[in-house]
Design a protein around this ligand. Structure first.
Ligand code: ADP
Length: 303
């Protein structure tokens, strides 16, 4: 199956005409709580494509924690290895969105920030049943490093989404990653020059490979995806869709990529699966609410 080791959050979203200035109180129009966190989003993306998926991470011993677990289970994500941490709150993102879709976001990692040794042990127990591990950067970097190392030793393919954008990654991390999947901004941060087109993505990919990753996949939004391995490099243009909200498009891409690799497809086919899942998620509002089911996915590829 596919394992995801990462963050689980509840997003608290307030809609307001304009964002408040410091010290100001405003009335908003509406409030929703929606499950999020890059780890959980990627797990749901894989599971919706009909692939057996398990999550390893932490929620708090609070109402959000219960809701987050139930939410994962309702999408058939295994949660046996999600620890309920009584010493912290569940991770939350407090989000204000105005009428122009500008936002303010405060992320409180909560239990995600406690992910460490004990969770690595739980992950190691799951590795023999897994073929792909998805990682992101919303849990402590030391845990990401250890997870990647353990997975590599167990012969499990490691996919790292270096998001949210880090200024730098430790050099020891690159050699234990099979596939790194930055978007344009994240790639730019990692290599210190602007990445916006296939040409600059190709340069960035070469640098990431020199640092030790086997394959670099650079997500260029509505442009497409650049991919470089030791043997080949190629560009896949984005599917043409009517995009309304690209929230979680990157998570959708990684879910589609992992689902295809789990099924034994080639890297090129897996990038196409990622691009299709990303494009579909851009056609619907929200994060997990925008992730396609296998049925929707197959109908889209038949078109
Ligand atoms: P992130 O969401 O991490 O910023 P991107 O915006 O690059 O990442 O989106 C991830 C992938 O989703 C893209 O590489 C592409 O395959 C797909 N995608 C995103 N936006 C669009 C769009 N407007 N049209 C078609 N595909 C898209």
């Amino acid at each position: 199956r596919v394992l995801v080791f990462g963050s689980i959050n509840m997003d608290l979203v307030a809609k307001v005409s304009r964002l408040p200035v410091p010290g100001e109180t405003l009335l908003g129009h509406n409030f929703t709580t929606v499950p999020g966190g890059k780890g959980a989003n990627q797990a749901v993306a894989v599971a919706r494509l009909g692939i057996p998926t398990a999550m390893v991470g932490r929620v708090g011993k609070d109402q959000f924690g219960q809701e987050l677990l139930q939410n994962l289970q309702s999408d058939h994500v295994q949660t046996d290895a999600v620890y309920i941490d009584a010493s912290n709150t569940s991770g939350v993102a407090i989000i204000a969105v105005d009428d122009n879709a500008e936002n303010h976001i405060i992320v409180i990692p909560g239990a995600n920030g406690n992910v460490g040794e004990e969770d690595i042990e739980r992950l190691i127990q799951q590795l023999p049943k897994a073929s792909v591990l998805l990682l992101q950067l919303e849990i402590p970097l030391s845990a990401v490093q250890q997870a990647a190392q353990a997975a590599q030793q167990a012969g499990v393919q490691v996919i790292l989404d270096p998001a949210p954008a880090p200024t730098e990654l430790p050099r020891e991390l690159y050699p234990v990653v099979d596939i790194i999947t930055p978007n344009a901004v994240e790639a730019g941060q990692l290599v210190n020059f602007t990445v916006d087109r296939p040409e600059s993505a190709a340069k960035a990919a070469t640098i990431l490979q020199q640092r030790g990753v086997k394959t670099a996949i650079i997500k260029l939004g509505a442009t497409g995806v650049f991919c470089a391995t030791a043997d080949e490099s190629f560009f896949i243009p984005a599917f043409s869709v009517k995009a309304i909200d690209t929230v979680a498009a990157g998570d959708a891409f990684n879910g589609g990529l992992a689902a295809a690799l789990f099924q034994g497809y080639s890297l090129r086919e897996a990038v196409i699966w990622g691009a299709a899942t990303g494009a579909l998620s851009a056609t619907k509002a929200g994060a997990q609410s925008s992730l396609p089911t296998r049925e929707t996915f197959e109908a889209f590829l038949q078109e």
